[in-house]
Design a protein around this ligand. Structure first.
Ligand SMILES: NC(=O)C1=CN([C@@H]2O[C@H](COP(=O)(O)OP(=O)(O)OC[C@H]3O[C@@H](n4cnc5c(N)ncnc54)[C@H](OP(=O)(O)O)[C@@H]3O)[C@@H](O)[C@H]2O)[C@@H](O)CC1
Ligand SMILES: Nc1ncnc2c1ncn2[C@@H]1O[C@H](COP(=O)(O)OP(=O)(O)O)[C@@H](O)[C@H]1O
Ligand SMILES: [K+]
Length: 505
């Protein structure tokens, strides 16, 4: 799903009108037809409330559409002065068609009381300042009377800023928001859910291929994820699904390594090997499918000859969870990223998380070794250390800072949290899945395991990160329907079932 703010909407609009030569009134008609498709068969007795811009124009066009389907329709016209051209055209048609139109604020209470469904087209992407006066009164009345009615918002609930999600003084509380072309950036704001209701994104007659060059940001949906799927060849063998080498876990944190390994195995990697202390036997118990590469931490260099062979034999190396920031951990990290290609001549992909990111922040010369082949998966604090921006700065301008960082260091960045971001510096995806019930230790390790597994199965870095984040959150979203808290172990046990659902159902 395309993601865009008000500016993007304007660009798409202009492109459709000026380059594709679609008259704007046709776009409005298409929007109205698409919108009306979502009106329930049994819904009748509508009050359409219209402003004077194109959002109001949509309202009048929707009123006509519903009227043509023999629905009972009344219109409340907020102002018939200074209407936009297309608004005026549709207003005139409504008038000429004999749809009842009301103008006086005193009438609004009765109209709201008597209708069953409200469709509001007061402001959309053109809202440009705090709402006051009569507009505020009308919106408050809609919210007051609509408790037992269904409220549809056209494009954006009137009062929500499409760019930021900010409430501009007051806003309609919709049950359903039917928005056009793009999922509005403002909808990502977590505390406006009760204003948006259910969000549906509709087409206005534009083929996606015609407009993708205008948009480089996407809201991750199951369709996008399905589009990334690589079918498993029936004649394939385990060597085809990636040799993944994992450096995770250390004394006191072996669980981290075990979680990464188990997630990796469950997500379908061909062969999984974990570099771990020679005295750690928990891996074999927790993940019998995984192999271990025992390391003598007392004398790091002693292991390097063998380790080099293991690196050359790998397709993907995941580094970080639970390794600590010791000199020994740094030495192994440096060794693991020192070889760029494996003995098949393929670039070895890297997935860097947790302490690998902290080590990277403190040893910035290592960025050179990881470029063009890495996914970095920081949470906000780790990203703050990596990028040098404060949390406030990142939160203020997350998309741009994330894109710039990915571009500068030539890496794929997955910035974790509510609405996880994935970007390679050019394209940016915002994850649509996940919830606060998964905010507990080990969750990120599990994500690392899924991503390195997918990278081993020949998915690109961006695709691995997108599928990983979506799948990880999707499992948690399903589980919270029946349980209160979701831990990494719960996710792990549901990976395979959810992969089937996403890819094959
Ligand atoms: N994208 C597409 O491809 C398509 C988009 N379409 C539709 O167009 C919509 C955008 O239309 P739009 O640009 O005309 O703006 P809109 O939201 O109607 O508001 C502008 C009006 O509100 C007024 N106004 C603003 N703030 C105010 C305030 N605080 N308090 C009071 N007044 C305020 C402003 O007045 P002004 O400031 O200019 O005096 C102006 O009159 C979009 O959301 C979608 O529904 C479809 O037709 C299909 C194709
Ligand atoms: N409120 C939330 N909404 C969506 N996802 C969340 C939320 N809180 C945490 N997560 C997800 O849980 C994971 C936590 O990762 P991380 O902070 O690295 O945990 P840990 O280091 O303990 O394993 C991330 O994938 C993050 O996106
Ligand atoms: K609206």
């Amino acid at each position: 799903m395309l993601l865009g703010g008000n500016e993007t909407t304007k660009k798409i609009d202009n492109y459709a009108i000026n380059e594709l030569k679609i008259p704007s009134i046709v776009l409005m008609e298409n929007a109205a037809i698409s919108f009306t498709k979502h009106i329930g068969k049994n819904e009748d007795n509508f009050l359409i409330i219209c402003g004077k811009g194109n959002n109001g124009g949509d309202g009048y066009a929707i009123a006509r559409q519903l009227f043509s389907k023999e629905k009972k329709v009344k219109i409340f016209c907020i102002s018939d002065e200074n209407m936009s051209n297309n608004c005026s055209v549709n207003y005139e048609i409504c008038k000429n068609s004999g749809i009842e139109i009301f103008y006086k604020l005193e009438k609004l209470d009765k109209l709201l009381l008597e209708c069953d469904v409200v469709v509001e087209g007061i402001f959309g992407t053109g809202l440009n300042s705090e709402i006051k006066g009569i507009y505020k009164d009308i919106i408050l009345k809609i919210n007051e009377y609509s408790k037992n009615k269904k409220v549809y918002a056209i494009d954006i609930p009137s009062g929500i800023n499409g760019d930021t999600g900010e409430i501009m003084g007051v806003s309609v509380k919709a049950d359903v928001t039917i928005s056009f072309v793009t999922y509005k950036k403002g909808f990502l704001k977590s505390d406006i859910k009760e204003y948006l209701g259910k969000v549906i994104i509709e087409n206005i007659g534009l083929n996606k291929n015609n407009i993708v060059h205008i948009v480089s940001e996407y809201y991750l949906t199951s369709e996008i994820i399905k589009g990334f799927h690589i079918k498993r060849d029936e004649n394939s063998h385990k060597g085809d699904f990636g040799k993944v080498l994992i450096f995770a876990g250390s004394s006191g944190f072996y669980g981290a390594g075990n979680i990464v390994a188990k997630s990796c195995v469950r997500s379908g990697a061909g062969l999984t090997t974990v570099i771990t202390d020679k005295n750690n036997f928990s891996l074999n118990v927790f993940v019998p499918e995984a192999m271990s590469f025992p390391i003598n931490f007392e004398n790091i260099e002693e292991n390097f000859e063998k380790l080099e062979k293991e690196i050359l034999n790998s397709d993907v190396i995941a580094i970080g969870p639970g390794i600590g920031k010791s000199q020994k951990a740094l030495k192994i990290f440096e060794k693991l990223i020192s070889i760029e290609k494996n003995n098949k001549g393929n670039v070895i992909k890297l997935v860097l998380d947790a302490d690998a990111l902290n080590l990277l922040s403190e040893n910035r010369e290592l960025f050179e070794k990881i470029k063009s082949r890495s996914v970095l998966t920081p949470h906000l604090i780790e990203f703050s250390r990596l990028s040098g921006f404060s949390l406030e700065e990142i939160n203020r301008d997350k998309f741009e800072i994330a894109k710039d960082f990915a571009q500068k260091y030539e890496i794929t960045l997955l910035l974790k949290g509510k609405n996880t971001i994935i970007t390679n510096g050019k394209t940016l995806f915002v994850n649509s899945t996940g919830n606060s019930r998964m905010a507990n230790g080990g969750m990120g390790d599990c994500l690392t395991g899924i991503i390195c597994s997918l990278a081993g199965q020949k998915y690109g870095l961006v695709e691995s990160a997108c599928i990983g984040a979506y799948l990880h959150g999707k499992i948690a979203d399903k589980l919270v329907k029946q349980q209160y808290i979701v831990n990494a172990s719960h996710i792990i046990e549901n990976i395979s079932e959810c992969m089937k659902e996403i890819f094959e159902v």
